[in-house]
Design a protein. Structure first.
Length: 312
């Protein structure tokens, strides 16, 4: 088999994700929340090509507008490369070229996918021979969604979403994504949830300190049953995201009226994920949403996590 690493560069690919279930625990003293989520990696990918260099840099291309992305040391891909270099003792740098397809600030973990793919690409380029366990430990230091972008598939996330356990998932699920023309700040969505809980504390049940994923979700994934999963979809961040971006209500209604089994805000939004029964239904829904002027994409899940890509 041909070595997938060229002496000149390494290419890795990592997927975006949909949270098919997300419960948010009480706000804690450190400003964070315990989460219980079910992730599914889907076939919308970030591609990272890593080239030898003396310092660290990143540039972007792809199907989405990347003009607002930072290219300095605050960028998550550069953070990932520098972290691996420090950990391994590598003394050079890397030039990263990122082909972005996952919506920016869209609730699908695009930045996390960049970081995961960067870890894999740089490990191959530099010959650092890090184990998957070592890469996962580094991923957890970069952000809650990075370990899942590295592992892919279907998984249950607890803690801050970074404590992963694989979930059995049978077959293939078909999704149609309605991609917004704007992004949403994850901290703002969480803050809106906290404010709502505080303002309505007398009227709603208090959030659990340590939430759990509902068994209905696990059963639906295990059965590979899209209709059963549609009944179990849940996201505590959906209501605050819809309050911050009320126009998403209409898109959710349109998708469900146009054949989706159910729609859900992905993560902290604003991307909407519509679950459909099969590939034909996905195409029909994509056409219907597109006819209304929306950017609609068909994806499937689960798919594998960050991997090297052979280009010749």
């Amino acid at each position: 088999m041909t070595d997938p690493v060229s002496p000149h560069f390494a290419h890795a690919r990592a997927p975006g994700k949909i949270n098919v279930f997300l419960k948010v625990g009480q706000l804690q003293g450190d400003g964070y929340h315990e989460l219980a989520t079910a992730f599914q990696a889907v076939s919308l990918y970030e591609d990272v090509r890593a080239y030898p260099a003396d310092d660290f840099s990143v540039s972007f291309t792809g199907s989405i507008d990347t003009t607002g992305l930072s290219t300095d040391g605050s960028n998550l891909a550069i953070k990932a490369a520098r972290l691996l270099a420090r950990q391994s003792g590598y003394r050079g740098g890397v030039r990263l070229e990122v082909e972005k397809n996952v919506p920016i600030a869209g609730g699908m973990g695009g930045g996390s996918a960049d970081a995961a793919a960067t870890l894999v690409a740089c490990d191959a380029l530099w010959g650092t021979d890090a184990s998957r366990e070592e890469l996962t430990a580094l991923a957890a230091k970069l952000g809650a969604d990075v370990p899942f972008a590295l592992s892919g598939g279907t998984a249950i996330g607890t803690g801050r979403g970074d404590q992963l356990s694989p979930a059995l998932a049978k077959g293939r699920f078909h999704w149609v994504l309605a991609v917004a023309e704007f992004g949403m700040s994850t901290p703002e969505v969480y803050s809106a949830l906290d404010r709502h809980r505080e303002e309505h504390a007398q009227d709603i049940y208090p959030a659990l300190m340590t939430p759990a994923v509902d068994t209905d979700v696990l059963q639906a994934l295990r059965a590979g049953d899209a209709r059963q999963l549609a009944e179990a979809l849940h996201n505590d961040l959906q209501a605050p995201a819809l309050r911050l971006a009320p126009g998403l209500h209409e898109i959710l209604e349109l998708g469900e009226q146009s054949g989706a089994l159910a729609g859900i805000v992905s993560g902290s939004g604003p991307t909407l994920a519509f679950l459909v029964p099969d590939a034909d239904s996905a195409l029909e829904l994509q056409v219907a949403l597109g006819a209304s002027g929306l950017n609609a994409l068909r994806v499937t899940g689960p798919v594998h996590g960050a991997r090297l890509v052979q280009e010749w």
